[in-house]
Design a protein around this ligand. Structure first.
Ligand SMILES: [Zn+2]
Length: 394
């Protein structure tokens, strides 16, 4: 069993210890010390990184007998050697902030809405608490967020107490401890009180700020995701930049952006409809232009790419082109292929589509007049045209 230095002080990041043993696990080297300030992954909190002497510690896990295993790419040293350990400060600080914030959130959800925390996730990018109960409406989440930031601003002292027996029984624990004997209890002011083995800030103010960024469903439970400290600030800064740029280009206040955006979407829909109507009126003339060369050469086949703004227009244009040449028109719009046959002609669009789908592995179908196939690559046009020529003119 390794003595856990972080149990007493989360700010102790440099220490000296003696190597007890070394080992291999899944092809990786690990070192066990008599004591360590490195936190092993557990309770939803990620491991610390850092160095033992000059060797990088890339992972820290709890061994089967409660020992702390420090994983490294090279061996740190042999048993009985004294080493100096240094824990990465930034990563530890981030974990402490996320973990303290999680306690604050778990406390608020339990006291305000009687929603116990089922599990916690404290990742690199965000933290999350899985709660018992149903998803809360956004006004209640706002209330939680506001209360959390009040607790942070009030600079509540975070204390570590080792208690057992009557002392432990007299504590206002948020949930009963999972094991007996001496238990490590974390208190945040007079508010939060729970058994926990993780690393935390010394004071709630170190969390800086907390922002709830969304609620997802996990195993039927609400999973509340949140950001704290620098992660919350970075998020605010990037959103600020985006909204500022948008507000500047639309010459409005950022609060008016949703209305501006809705108006733009509505205007765009109207313009699209008007443009489609105009194109529709012009389709016969466009069909004439596309068919002109083939008509001159008395060809019964036209194959081309469509540049119309709406795929439905291409579907309407294809039969008009086929009628112009009294033959077969093949138009490709993005990855959609339309094949149309002139009214009263000897060709059948559905039949041609069937042959094309077999030859080029395309999916779709249609009737004698018009058929469409999906999944075509526009650069296959020449190949498709060559094949159709053998069918239509050969
Ligand atoms: Zn904790």
């Amino acid at each position: 069993m390794t003595e856990r230095l972080y149990y007493h002080d989360s700010n102790l990041l440099e220490f000296e210890a003696t190597i007890v043993r070394t080992g291999q696990q899944d092809g990786r080297t690990f070192t066990v010390l008599d004591k360590s300030a490195f936190y092993p992954t557990s309770g939803g909190q990620q491991y610390d990184t850092g160095q033992l002497n000059t060797t990088d510690i890339v992972d820290v896990q709890e061994g089967p007998e409660g020992e702390v295993q420090h994983f490294s790419r090279q061996p740190v040293g042999v048993a009985s050697t004294v080493v100096t350990g240094v824990v990465d400060k930034e990563r530890r600080r981030r974990h402490c902030c996320f973990h303290t914030a999680q306690h604050i959130l778990s406390h608020i959800f339990a006291t305000l809405f009687d929603m116990p925390t089922v599990s916690v996730h404290l990742g690199e990018e965000y933290g999350a608490v899985e709660l018992q109960g149903s998803v809360l409406p956004s006004e209640q989440l706002d209330r939680v967020e506001k209360r959390a930031n009040e607790i942070i601003r009030d600079a509540q002292l975070v204390t570590i107490i080792f208690a057992e027996g009557d002392e432990l029984a007299s504590m206002p624990l948020r949930k009963p401890p999972q094991r007996g004997g001496k238990v490590r209890v974390i208190r945040i002011g007079e508010l939060e009180c729970v058994a926990c083995g993780g690393t935390h800030c010394s004071n709630s103010a170190e969390v800086g700020m907390l922002k709830i960024i969304g609620v997802e469903k996990l195993r039927g439970h609400p999973l509340v995701k949140f950001l704290v400290a620098e992660r919350a600030f970075e998020d605010y800064r990037s959103r600020f930049e985006v909204t500022s740029q948008l507000a500047q280009s639309l010459t409005c206040h950022h609060q008016d952006l949703p209305d501006k955006f809705a108006a733009l979407v509505a205007e765009n829909k109207t313009l699209h409809r008007q443009l489609t109507d105009l194109y529709k009126e012009l389709l016969p003339r466009r069909a004439e232009a596309i068919a002109a060369k083939a008509k001159l050469e008395s060809k019964k086949l036209v194959c081309t790419l469509s540049d119309l703004p709406d795929v439905r227009l291409t579907g309407q244009l294809a039969p008009l082109v086929a009628d112009e040449i009294n033959g077969v028109a093949l138009l490709i719009h993005d990855t959609r292929l339309f094949v149309a046959c002139a009214q009263g002609s000897a060709f059948d669009a559905g039949e041609l589509a069937k042959q094309l789908s077999e030859r080029f592995s395309l999916k779709g179908g249609g009737n004698g007049r018009l058929a469409q196939l999906g999944g075509v690559e526009p650069d296959k046009l020449a190949e498709i045209e060559a094949f159709l020529k053998t069918v239509v003119q050969g």
